[in-house]
Write a protein that binds this ligand. Structure first.
Ligand code: ADP
Length: 262
């Protein structure tokens, strides 16, 4: 009889605990939903004024002849900061878009060089103070990727490499075939990731050193969502000689289409 009592009590406690957990999870999901909704609506509203500011500042820069040196410098600061804010807002919008499940990964066989090239053009200014070395071997196979999304991953990783490292320190982007796919690596010579934070930095809104310059902690979360949507994996580590190393894999399923030789 006593054993039955004990069993029943244990079951009741277990049920209460589970109900509690479910409620907590539901509150968390709802909070997340509200936060995403708020972020995406704020981001949408920020886009238009930001575009006007960027346009006005770039107009001023183009009329350099009519400006004194000080005004020109101010116009340049306004333009670069507006661009930075633009990238931040894009990340916010991208995250809510990716999370809503409305994003289709449209894979096409592409040479990685192409995506690296467009990324480099987009990051001309943020990478101005960092010598960038690109190492792509000639035998790199075509990869089935959504070019726009993988470009976003490279932009976020390279921008971080520039943002979190002292000026003039080198950044290297390399890729090589490995197993059934390609590995892409972005390495810098900055302070690296605080030990123990290598996993958490990929969480949404997590920032390892909150007081440093930068964004809101979404860049790497976006990278992870995109890489995983391609069936790959992304991780971070510190180089034994210093600096952070980010790697992601792009699996290759199937065979690229044959291009007829003319
Ligand atoms: P954000 O840059 O907006 O803070 P991210 O998700 O891109 O967000 O990065 C999360 C955190 O990871 C950053 O706040 C930073 O502390 C750390 N981090 C990212 N890249 C690097 C890097 N190359 N070197 C050192 N720390 C980095």
């Amino acid at each position: 009889l006593l054993e039955t009592f004990a069993n029943q009590t244990a079951l009741a406690i277990e049920r209460a605990r589970l109900a509690d957990e479910t409620e907590r999870a539901q509150v968390q999901i709802e909070t997340e939903r509200m936060r995403n909704l708020l972020l995406s609506s704020v981001s949408h509203d920020l886009r238009t004024p930001l575009a006007s500011i960027t346009g006005a500042a770039s107009g001023l820069i183009q009329h350099q002849a009519h400006l004194d040196a000080y005004s020109y410098e101010l116009a340049q600061v306004a333009y670069e900061e507006a661009e930075r804010l633009n990238r931040l807002v894009s990340n916010l919008l991208e995250m809510s878009r990716l999370e809503s499940g409305n994003v289709q990964v449209v894979k096409e066989w592409q040479p990685l060089e192409e995506v690296v090239g467009t990324t480099r053009l987009r990051l001309e200014k943020p990478l101005r103070d960092h010598p960038l070395t690109i190492r792509l071997p000639e035998n790199l196979p075509l990869v089935p990727i959504d070019g726009t999304l993988i470009e976003q991953v490279l932009v976020n990783l390279l921008e971080n490499a520039a943002k979190y490292t002292p000026a003039q320190t080198a950044i290297t982007l390399s890729a090589w075939p490995e197993g059934n796919g390609v590995v892409v690596e972005i390495a810098d010579r900055g302070p690296g990731i605080p030990p123990g934070d290598e996993e958490r930095i990929f969480d949404k809104f997590y920032r390892a050193r909150p007081n440093t310059a930068g964004g809101v902690g979404l860049g790497l979360a976006i990278c992870r969502t995109i890489v995983e949507a391609h069936g790959g994996r992304i991780w971070a580590a510190n180089h034994p000689n210093g600096g952070a190393v980010f790697r992601f894999t792009l699996p290759i399923d199937g065979k690229p289409p044959q291009i007829p030789i003319d």
